[in-house]
Design a protein around this ligand. Structure first.
Ligand code: G6P
Length: 440
């Protein structure tokens, strides 16, 4: 990678999360020579983009950094010559997310934006768009690294790896948040911990944890079972059963609650959808007040109200990765990359979320070999669902789509799978040109 001024292109730059990213860049300017951040969004997002542009410009001016902030709806202009392209967009906005969350609930199935049928619907809308973006990167910035945050991040990353030549790494804030929470419960600094992550995005386990060389896996499992804080703002903190955790022998991620405690999570979702709306409907309100705050011409820092969102530490995850690549640090990060033998029962091209060594040459997953039966079954089933969902999204294939849902462990039977699928295709018709929807 050439040394010197770096250009970052942020696709979905009008997101309410962007100030977090700007703060991440500013915190690292001693060793990351970013000279331009180009925020790009679609026409419908113009108003938000302008607000974020103005706030980002004020944040940069406050610290006196020499960084040009550009904003436009011209994606090709943003990508041209970029060193890093960060993708964080939401096809269909929060309205589509609300429908992803509500459709499954009608059938007594978990309604969540990234797991179960909700994540599936999001994958159908998102994968064609990311492949389109990748074609622009292949043409206009073939040397660039694409760092993808767009959900469902694991499926999106696998689609990119299988169908494009773009150098890409998928990212999520869950692993970094888990590290912070383990540090809090152990009363240590996050850097003192060594955590061995393996699994899939939003289905990742910490297989082993060490503190200064001492194996603390059992202690952490015990603390999580005792009710230590171990969730994200967007996930209901249903207490874990300590006996189950001990038997599992690994530390699950907050999203595992949907798989291991489905009944309780579903019950809670149904209640809160009735009382205060689904998560998307709640987030719409948070977003409206965030954008009101962002318009204050005196605001020149990331406001702490942004912490109400589930994406805590996302800028640390992504800017640390930029640092790891640009400065060739060869450190360990948790990323979504092709398996290449790391979990020896999964295919090489299956994207997994795992600890990996990162340098300017790319990412090398740290091998964990064969996972215990406790973990393997769920992991393989979700991967089968993901692979079918990706094919359905790329080729607009109804049969693959139906089999994807039928294989999703959160969907209990095919009658419901079919009804949910038909609702998803109907409600998302405008975003799914790859499907021929004449019969629905
Ligand atoms: C989590 C996930 C992200 C997701 C976010 C949603 O932290 O890891 O993938 O985008 O929460 O948060 P929200 O505030 O939008 O519900």
């Amino acid at each position: 990678m050439p040394r010197g001024a770096l250009k970052l292109a942020i696709i979905g730059g009008g997101s309410s999360y962007t100030p977090e990213l700007i703060e991440g860049v500013l915190k690292r300017r001693e060793f990351l020579p970013v000279s331009e951040i180009h925020l790009v969004d679609i026409d419908q997002g113009r108003e938000k983009l302008d607000i974020i542009h103005a706030l980002a410009t004020r944040m940069v001016a406050k610290v006196g950094a020499d960084i040009k902030i550009s904003a436009s709806t011209d994606r090709r202009e943003a990508i041209k010559g970029a060193d890093f392209v960060m993708t964080q967009f939401r096809v269909g906005g929060l309205k589509a997310r609300a429908s992803d969350e509500r459709i499954p609930l009608k059938y007594d199935v978990i309604g969540q934006e990234t797991t179960g049928p909700g994540g599936f619907a999001k994958a159908l809308r998102t994968i064609p768009v990311i492949l389109d973006i990748c074609r622009d990167i292949e043409e206009l910035a073939p040397q660039a690294w694409m760092l993808n945050f767009t959900n469902p991040a694991g499926l999106v990353s696998e689609a990119v790896n299988k169908h494009t030549k773009v150098k890409s790494i998928g990212l999520c804030n869950v692993p970094v948040s888990m590290r912070m929470m383990v540090a809090e419960m152990m009363g240590c600094q996050p850097e003192e911990l060594q955590l061995e992550f393996a699994g899939l995005n939003h289905l990742v386990w910490v297989l082993k944890a060490w503190l200064n060389g001492e194996d603390i896996t059992e202690t952490v499992i015990e603390k999580v079972g005792d009710g230590a804080n171990f969730s994200m703002k967007n996930i209901f903190e249903e207490p874990w059963d300590p006996d189950f955790l001990r038997a599992l022998g690994a530390i699950p991620c907050p999203y595992h609650r949907y798989f291991y405690q489905t009944d309780a999570m579903l019950q809670e979702e149904k209640e809160s959808a009735g009382e205060q709306g689904t998560r998307a409907e709640q987030v719409m309100k948070t977003e409206a007040s965030l954008f009101k705050l962002y318009q204050d011409v005196n605001l020149d820092v990331k406001p702490k109200e942004l912490e109400e969102r589930g994406g805590a530490y996302y800028s640390d995850a992504s800017l640390n990765l930029v640092d790891g690549i640009y400065n060739n640090r060869n450190g360990i990060h948790v990323v979504n990359v092709p398996n290449n033998g790391a979990i020896n029962t999964l295919p090489d091209d299956a994207v997994i979320e795992c600890s990996a060594v990162i340098g300017n040459w790319g990412a090398k997953p740290i091998a964990v070999g064969e996972l215990p039966a406790n973990i393997k079954g769920l992991l393989h089933q979700v991967k089968a669902y993901e692979q079918l969902a990706i094919e359905a999204a790329v080729f607009g294939d109804y049969d693959k789509a139906l089999m994807a849902l039928a294989n999703n462990p959160l969907v209990p039977d095919i009658k419901r799978a079919k009804a949910i699928l038909n609702d998803i295709l109907r409600e998302n018709a405008e975003y799914l040109p790859q499907f021929k929807l004449t019969t629905l």
